[in-house]
Design a protein around this ligand. Structure first.
Ligand SMILES: C[S@@+](CC[C@H](N)C(=O)[O-])C[C@H]1O[C@@H](n2cnc3c(N)ncnc32)[C@H](O)[C@@H]1O
Length: 218
């Protein structure tokens, strides 16, 4: 599915979110800049076309490796950022030894994995003790009126625009469906704690349209 939409993926991200997706990735980079010593190495899992990897590299003062299992997405990422290493890898079986990274990020990727719990376990495995996981993902707007508006937009308008521009209506029907199945803010935080993450916290972005969760490997 991601290979099919890769050519129009960036355009549609920025268009469908009115560029707010860029601000959300900046929040992640700012947070990791606060948490990590400069020069730390961060693994950006499900990096897609590399937008978060690039934001981390440019503004969090860290080295970055991007990983994704979709080659056409990775090829676009490598073209955009030749100074970052991108590797083809499955988030559920990462080709890295235990305790390799000071931080692991995953933006709009966890929702797509066959099992969120297995994903959290694998991301934790490659973190150094004390390392941070940062998850940027769509979530639940808290205010009921705003939630109704966001749901109407993502279920009615977004599949039409996304389908028209990318040529894959199903990919942009899958998007709101997968968001509605994904755990809300509190539930995801509970799942992280259940997978032994410490200091779990989250912040809502744009009223909860998305959320940034962080947690530390003890
Ligand atoms: C919605 S895109 C997000 C891309 C990027 N992180 C961003 O912020 O734009 C989801 C990405 O997850 C990748 N993905 C989904 N399941 C994966 C898996 N099991 N292993 C690695 N990558 C995966 C897809 O190939 C796709 O590039």
């Amino acid at each position: 599915m991601f290979a099919q939409i890769s050519a129009r993926y960036d355009l549609l991200n920025h268009l469908l979110s009115a560029n707010i997706d860029r601000k959300w990735r900046k929040v992640v980079a700012r947070k990791l800049h606060q948490l990590l010593p400069s020069g730390s190495t961060v693994l950006d899992v499900a990096c897609g076309t590399g937008d978060l990897s690039i934001e981390l590299f440019e503004s969090a003062n860290v080295s970055v490796i991007g990983a994704d299992f979709c080659r056409p997405m990775l090829e676009l990422a490598a073209r955009k950022a030749p100074r970052i290493s991108f590797v083809e890898a499955d988030a559920l079986a990462l080709p890295f030894p235990d305790a390799s990274f000071a931080a692991v990020t995953i933006a709009f990727g966890l929702r797509n994995l066959a099992s969120v719990e297995s994903g959290l376990r694998e991301l934790r495995r490659v973190l150094k003790p004390g390392g941070w996981l940062a998850i940027l993902e769509f979530s639940r707007p808290q205010r009921p009126g705003f939630r109704v508006l966001v749901e109407a937009y993502s279920q009615k308008l977004l599949p039409r625009i996304g389908g028209w521009i990318s040529g894959s209506r199903s990919a942009y029907t899958y998007l709101p469906d997968s968001v509605s199945r994904f755990p809300d803010q509190a539930r995801l935080a509970a799942m992280m704690r259940a997978e032994s993450f410490a200091n779990v916290a989250f912040e809502d972005l744009t009223g909860g349209v998305a959320a940034l969760h962080i947690g530390q490997r003890g």
